[in-house]
Design a binder for this molecule. Structure first.
Ligand code: PGA
Length: 255
């Protein structure tokens, strides 16, 4: 297995900077053997076309998105369907990011619908969970347990191969205060246990990413922890040289 690095650009970049990012990133990027994908870039929706063009000849890099609706089409102003995402070549939408949950009314029930709908439309989904304040305590585990229970309620064993989980403690996102390797190891092991309860042996193969203030400097130690299978990267994914260094250091540190 190899780690997965997902760039979450959030509400950043315009066409020119996205294009420049892609060309500079690809100059230095070394794909894994056999062109296996280990990097996903999730731009704002209007940049999907630009990035799809810029990455069209790249190997090892896939296109992501920052949300997806569960229905095929219809009267849903401001939403984007899985069908349209697939039309641009997206394979990995992020669902239930804490910024969507905190500021835009996303909740576990809608996360569950998005995950079910996106998988039914042939996508792989990255479902985000994470506590806001009670870090690394029984209360935090309880918050995460409930998020997992409701967000994954519509999925069954056969969906496990299309699921990626991301543990993103809200207090670590964009704060420069990443969770310590010890905290990450404990919470990922807890999440692994919950996934195994839900999917039995298939739960062992669901990748669990860590997200929250990852940098080229701290990624190696984080990915050296058991059950840490990659990273969801915000700030450090906006500069091509920094993101490249993070990917290199993460591959090296991965146990
Ligand atoms: P950050 O964001 O790396 O800037 O903390 C991570 C995320 O929100 O996905």
């Amino acid at each position: 297995m190899h780690p997965l690095f997902v760039a979450n650009w959030k509400m950043n970049m315009v066409r020119a900077t996205a294009y420049e990012f892609a060309s500079r990133f690809l100059e230095d990027f070394n794909p894994l053997p056999d062109s296996r994908v280990d990097v996903v870039i999730s731009p704002p929706f209007p940049l999907l076309g630009t990035l799809a063009d810029a990455l069209s000849k790249a190997s090892g890099v896939a296109l992501g998105a920052q949300n997806v609706h569960w229905l095929e089409s219809g009267a849903h102003t401001g939403e984007v369907s899985a069908t349209l995402l697939r039309d641009f070549g997206v394979t990995f939408p992020i669902i239930g990011h804490s910024e969507r949950r905190q500021f835009y009314g996303e909740h576990d029930e809608t996360v569950a619908k998005r995950a079910r709908g996106a998988i039914d439309h042939g996508l792989q989904v990255i479902v985000c969970v994470g506590e806001s304040t009670h870090f690394d305590s029984d209360a935090a585990h309880e918050v995460i347990r409930e998020q997992l229970e409701v967000s994954l309620a519509g999925l069954e064993g056969r969906d496990a191969s299309r699921l990626i989980l991301a543990y993103e403690p809200v207090w670590a996102i964009g704060t420069g205060r990443a969770a310590t390797p010890e905290i990450v190891a404990r919470v990922h092991s807890f999440i692994r246990g919950e996934l195994v309860k839900k999917f039995n042996a298939l739960g062992m193969s669901v990748p669990i990413l860590y997200g929250g203030s990852t940098t080229p400097e701290n990624i190696g130690e984080l990915l050296a922890q058991p059950n840490v299978c990659g990273a969801l990267v915000g700030g450090a994914s906006l500069k091509p040289d920094v993101f490249n260094r993070l990917v290199i250091a993460g591959r090296e540190g991965f146990r």
